[in-house]
Design a protein around this ligand. Structure first.
Ligand SMILES: [Zn+2]
Length: 118
């Protein structure tokens, strides 16, 4: 399952971030997910929950924001964005495009409780 691998990758970054912010408990995570990253939110939440039992991330809410595809048409040079796949150039209907954005998965925000011994 694709989302399980993604959740594992995310956790590596999340652990670093949580340590950096000295969080003892994480309650919410906001993610930006490119439309082309092909992530099923429910599957990602499920994988995340399965991996985070008994960790500081247990019970954290995942909020996913979709990032549209940004592309440049290889036939006519038009730049455009699309929120759906498959996508086509709005000018010439070509499906040949250079992708500039839309495949990424970013962690934009972590909410939680910090250690108070600092
Ligand atoms: Zn075009």
């Amino acid at each position: 399952m694709h989302e399980l691998a993604l959740a594992q990758e995310m956790l590596v970054i999340l652990n670093e971030e949580a340590a950096r912010h000295r969080l003892k408990k994480v309650t919410g995570i906001t993610l930006e997910v490119g439309v082309l990253a092909n992530v099923v939110p429910e599957a990602l939440s499920f994988a995340f929950e399965a991996l985070t039992g008994d960790t500081i991330f247990e019970g954290a809410t995942l909020v996913l924001h979709k990032i549209p595809v940004k592309a440049v048409c290889q036939d006519c040079g038009e730049s455009y964005t699309a929120l759906q796949i498959p996508f086509f150039c709005p000018q010439c209907k070509s499906n040949k495009a250079s992708i500039l954005a839309g495949t990424e998965l970013h962690i934009v925000n972590l909410m939680g409780e910090a250690h108070d011994d600092y």
